[in-house]
Ligand binder design. Structure first.
Ligand SMILES: Cc1cc2nc3c(=O)[nH]c(=O)nc-3n(C[C@H](O)[C@H](O)[C@H](O)COP(=O)(O)OP(=O)(O)OC[C@H]3O[C@@H](n4cnc5c(N)ncnc54)[C@H](O)[C@@H]3O)c2cc1C
Length: 401
């Protein structure tokens, strides 16, 4: 449903109609709350369905089984065409500078698969259908947030077009450069890697074997994520500033040669490539996720190095926990913006997000090192992981959680 919101009859105002904002709107709207979502962009067009190398979304996500279960409860999973979801059953991680290697398999994890690779625009499109079908949800496109002021009944949000909207609870779901976070004056801790990731779709000479392939280079990880066509993968290639511009601007033939060189002999060979794009890599973590009448979710609260492909999964966990806490609180008679409910959400999610970010930071620093001792240590580390069943089990649990 689309339309203009009246100024103050809403329970929740969500800024940002990305995966986090739309999943939260659906969860809350289904439970009877009146929700308005604003987004500065235009409504996304429906997704093209071609299968050539240039037809796939440049941004894909490795959705964990927990994220898939949550999308199922929202009714969004069935809205993603089955022939565009790619269940993966294997994971190969190796050190391109050394000899260490980790291999996981779904059979070892006693699971039919380890997760699904899905194009982001398809996840977003399915969530948009669900949110638009909720009677209590209004979505206002081309409504960028301009300013915010705290009033007695909640935040008054002024949009770029001049419209003012207020609700009991305001949610910042407006991504890594969250304006909500900035205007509310919530500081962040930031780690910039002075790196960017080059992303694109690549055609392979052979099958990807339903496996995620991840090489650790001295600049960071280079991942091949299997798409629903067995000879196509999405790549995420972390490169230092200065280096990434050169790689991103190479002709197709030179790009493929550089990619195959970086992957080495133990990975599938790339034979075709579509358009490429670059994203700056940074980790940031909001010092607080909540303020009076206000809460941050997903990338607005924490953006994480794409090394583990966990960004969207952590965001969906935030949304699930926040929706559960708000609905349980409202059912027990608390106001939707109750500080007790918001703090319960923050307590649960901050610990888990911080632990994941610290693990990614450790991995990144360990693998980014050219110090010979660090190279030896990481080879021993990867070798150990492959041999010690319990340690490997721990890694698999992270992938499956
Ligand atoms: C290279 C790369 C690879 C990645 N790979 C993975 C992966 O494999 N797996 C994974 O889980 N994650 C991955 N991620 C992370 C994932 O893409 C993000 O975690 C996810 O998109 C965050 O969703 P979100 O809804 O919080 O924010 P976003 O998707 O950024 O959505 C924010 C929304 O807010 C809107 N908005 C912004 N500012 C305003 C404003 N002022 N007013 C109104 N609206 C506004 C935007 O238009 C947008 O619609 C990757 C990220 C990068 C950069």
């Amino acid at each position: 449903m689309q339309g203009r919101a009246s100024t103050s009859d809403r329970d929740v105002l969500i800024v940002g109609a990305g995966v986090a904002g739309l999943s939260l709107a659906t969860a809350l709207g289904r439970s009877g709350l009146r929700v308005t979502v604003i987004d500065g962009a235009s409504r996304p067009a429906s997704s093209p369905e071609g299968r050539e190398v240039g037809d796939w979304d440049l941004r894909v996500s490795a959705l964990t089984p927990a994220s898939v279960r949550f999308l199922e409860t929202l009714g969004a999973w069935s809205g993603i065409a089955a022939d565009r979801r790619a269940p993966y059953t294997g994971m190969q991680v190796w050190d391109a500078q050394g000899s260490g290697r980790i291999a996981f398999d779904a059979v070892e994890a006693d699971s039919p698969h380890l997760g699904h690779i899905v194009e982001n625009r398809l996840t977003l499109g399915a969530l948009l259908q669900c949110a638009e079908a909720c009677p209590g949800v209004d979505i206002l496109w081309n409504h960028g947030l301009k300013s915010m002021a705290l009033a007695a009944a909640g935040w008054e949000v002024c949009c770029e077009g001049g419209e003012t909207i207020s609700a009991s609870l305001t949610v910042g779901a407006d991504g890594a450069r969250s304006r909500v976070r900035e205007l509310a004056g919530i500081p962040t801790r930031e780690w910039s890697y002075r790196q960017s990731a080059v992303v694109g779709t690549v055609a392979l000479e052979s099958t990807h074997a339903d496996t995620c392939w991840q090489a650790f280079l001295d600049t960071g990880p280079l991942a091949l994520l299997p798409l629903a066509d067995e000879d196509k993968v999405a790549i995420v290639w972390s490169l230092d500033d200065g280096q990434h511009e050169k790689i991103a601007s190479l002709s197709d033939a030179h790009f493929l040669a550089a990619l195959n060189r970086a992957l080495g002999a133990d990975a599938p060979v790339a034979v075709g490539v579509g358009p490429r794009a670059s994203f700056p890599l940074r980790q940031s973590h909001a010092v607080d996720y909540v303020d009076q009448g206000l809460v941050l979710v997903a990338d607005a609260a924490h953006s994480i190095h794409p090394l583990a492909g966990q960004g969207i999964n952590l965001g969906l966990s935030d949304v699930r926990v926040l929706a559960e806490e708000l609905m349980a609180g409202v059912d027990s008679g608390l106001p939707v913006a109750s500080a007790i409910l918001l703090k319960r959400y923050q307590r649960q999610r901050k610990t888990e997000n911080l632990a994941m970010m610290a693990a990614m930071e450790g991995f990144k620093r360990g693998f980014g090192s050219q110090n010979p001792l660090a190279v030896v240590a990481r080879n021993i580390g990867l070798g150990l992981v492959d041999q010690r069943a319990w340690l490997k089990r721990w890694f698999m649990d992270q992938a499956l959680s």
